[in-house]
Design a protein around this ligand. Structure first.
Ligand SMILES: Cc1ncc(COP(=O)(O)O)c(C=O)c1O
Length: 431
């Protein structure tokens, strides 16, 4: 069942965090996002403990809330003592509504608007992760107007290809994010940051990609970033207090895919950092990490109701569900592969192979192709596993379909965290 928080109960139904997914679908309707918060807390603790044990004192995880953003998740993340990465004024607003301590946030984005900059300064975000020189200048000027000095990290592009899907691969030189070391842009922005009033340079940030399953790309990133930091120190006398290594730890979506050893990877990262800093004779910086998917991915399951099963002889069989790309655009965007099953027949053998199609007027509206599962019929509850990350946060109202609710499950008990959008919500801002 891919992850320990999924199971099958005596009725033959899929369970998520001990709760019966079919009963939840009947109680709350479908499509339905189920979120196992015990699983999220366990992952938060794993990151915190491993970072405390293997990385310099003060090192900590920041949840990348682009993976899942709603008021309740910021509350949970805060209870677990993590910081948060935010990338827009909208995520900032949501975090603030949850009472999230803004000094424990890193504010990202390759094009922060003037409004974002003002909002971030008013909110008191901990670190702006500055992407480019225009932002640096605008931030410095805005901070000076307020008479404050804002802590910043600079987003540096180390030039690493972690062999993941191109659209989620952001550490290569050719990227819309950050300043590449290879072109000299990284050094220039550091020199400029050191002489910009209104900002205090605290260190560097890099994010090399997503769905990374082994430590090697992170170890290479550490090597490159420490070399860069040492070269800068030799030339400008500046040593970073913080090195933010971004997110990217992978999650198992289907059988045959590995489950990354988070603690083991953090241990290796700590060892590499220690060796490399000793070799280049610079003080080891505090490390921040920004896991998103690996904290919330496996906690989520989406349940749909099957509407039709259409066999096209010589081609394939389509199962149509009552959701699709509006609640989960990842197959349409990245051809991301999932595992699905018929939740009310979870104990039956997987004898069929289906293309799971959404209900939108769009042929690309698929959840997956060649998905092996139990025989489906109208009314069955079809569950897609590992949908906690980049599903709700990427959801849209395409075809005017209201977004589904999020129901949290803890200790087998369920609670509504986000209610289903109504048709009235769809026209709320329209005249
Ligand atoms: C800057 C930054 N940090 C963290 C993350 C989170 O990555 P993941 O969800 O793969 O852990 C991303 C993802 O795009 C990112 O761009």
């Amino acid at each position: 069942m891919l992850h320990d928080n999924y199971g099958i109960n005596e009725k033959g139904h899929l369970t998520v965090g001990g709760a019966d997914a079919v009963s939840l679908a009947e109680k709350y309707g479908t499509p339905l996002y189920i979120l196992d918060t015990d699983e999220i807390r366990a992952k938060c603790r794993e990151y915190k403990n491993a970072m405390r044990e293997y990385l310099p004192e003060g090192s900590m995880p920041f949840f990348a809330s682009k993976a899942l953003s709603f008021v309740g998740i910021y509350r949970l993340i805060n209870e677990e003592g993590l910081g948060s990465d935010i990338v827009s004024s909208g995520e900032m607003y949501t975090a603030m509504k949850a009472g999230f301590p803004m000094e424990k946030t890193c504010f990202h984005g390759n094009n922060k608007t003037d409004e974002d900059i003002e909002n971030g300064l008013s909110a008191g975000v901990g670190y702006f992760v500055v992407d480019n020189t225009e932002e640096l200048q605008a931030l410095g000027e805005a901070a000076c107007r307020r008479g404050v000095v804002q802590d910043i990290l600079l987003r540096i592009t180390p030039g690493i290809d972690p062999h993941t899907f191109a659209a989620v691969n952001t550490g290569r030189v050719d990227s819309k994010f950050g300043s590449p070391i290879a072109t000299g842009a990284a050094e220039s922005i550091v020199a400029r940051a050191l002489s910009t009033e209104g900002v205090r340079l605290c260190g560097y940030h890099c994010h090399i990609g997503s769905q990374i399953f082994e430590a090697d790309p992170f170890l290479r990133a550490v090597g490159i970033m420490v070399d860069f930091a040492a070269d800068i120190r030799n030339k400008y006398g500046f040593s970073p207090a913080i090195l933010n290594l971004g997110g990217g730890f992978g999650v198992r979506y289907y059988d045959g895919q590995d489950e990354p050893d988070i603690t083991g990877m953090i241990k290796l990262t700590g060892e590499r950092l220690g060796e490399k800093c000793a070799e280049r004779d610079i003080p080891a910086p505090v490390v921040f990490m920004e896991p998103g998917r690996s904290i919330v991915g496996a906690a989520g399951v989406t349940v749909y109701t099957v509407g039709s099963v259409k066999e096209i002889p010589g081609f394939r069989s389509y199962v149509s569900i009552d959701g699709g790309m509006p609640d989960d655009p990842r197959y349409a965007l990245y051809a991301s592969r999932y595992t699905a099953l018929i939740a009310n027949k979870a104990d039956e053998p997987c004898t069929e192979e289906y293309t799971v199609a959404g209900r939108c007027c769009e042929s690309g509206d698929l959840i997956g192709e060649g998905m092996r599962m139990q025989k489906a019929e109208r009314g069955d509850k079809l569950a897609v596993l590992v949908t906690g990350a980049y599903n709700y946060s990427m959801a849209s109202n395409y075809n005017r379909i209201p977004r589904p609710p999020i129901v949290t499950v803890s200790d087998g008990k369920d609670a509504l965290a986000v209610k289903r959008e109504s048709y009235e919500d769809l026209i709320r801002n329209e005249f």
